[in-house]
Design a protein around this ligand. Structure first.
Ligand code: FES
Length: 198
């Protein structure tokens, strides 16, 4: 458990971690509901509640706990940890089926959909929930997704900076980005709670 606090946020497209970061961070909508848990702070996922500048504990956080049961089906929430954006997507049946069906297609950065998931505590996968980095692998913009009304040509995310399209598994399918959206280090603490760590 991290000793640092955590917050979660929703981001618009833009660079992170560079000269544009200040502007980008102002676009993040922070999740207001946060409660102290043993040894740390649990951020309860609840998008679009309150727009704030980045709090000091947001920048300092090294992990965040997210209640995935609060993520709307067919949409996502965006979580900031230590200033780094992450996507927590609740895929609907069509999005899950498309991700698996496309496993057999040639990919720039080959990976099956299942290989991009993490097992729950009971050893089963939860294909409804996909967790990825929120940084485009081209030059680090934050792609737009269902919450911004644009999921690109493959139903996942679209990076408007230079036109990269990611599918519903976060795999790069079109445009200049060389790699899939990275799957961060995370674990299931329960059937509905995950902990994402830097
Ligand atoms: S940074 Fe995303 S396409 Fe260039």
């Amino acid at each position: 458990m991290s000793e640092h606090g955590s917050k979660a946020a929703t981001a618009n497209a833009g660079h992170a971690g560079d000269a544009h970061a200040g502007e980008t961070r102002r676009d993040f909508i922070h999740i207001a509901a946060a409660s102290v848990a043993a040894g740390g702070v649990a951020a309860v996922a609840w998008p679009f509640i309150q727009q704030l500048g980045p709090a000091a504990d947001t920048r300092a956080a090294s992990s965040a706990e997210v209640d995935v049961s609060k993520v709307p089906e067919g949409s996502e929430i965006r979580v900031l940890i230590g200033g780094m954006p992450f996507f927590v997507r609740h895929r609907n049946a069509v999005e899950m089926a498309k991700a698996v069906a496309d496993d057999k297609l040639p990919m720039r950065d080959p990976a099956t959909d299942e290989s991009r998931l993490v097992k729950m505590q009971d050893g089963a996968y939860n294909p409804k929930i996909l967790v990825t980095s929120g940084l485009c692998t081209h030059l680090g913009c934050v792609p737009v997704g269902p919450a911004q009304g644009s999921t690109g040509d493959f139903g996942g995310w679209y990076c408007p900076c230079h036109g990269s399209h990611y599918d519903t598994s976060g795999r790069i399918r079109k445009g200049p980005a060389p790699k899939n959206l990275a799957v961060p280090k995370y674990e299931y603490l329960s059937a509905s709670m995950i902990k994402i760590s830097l």
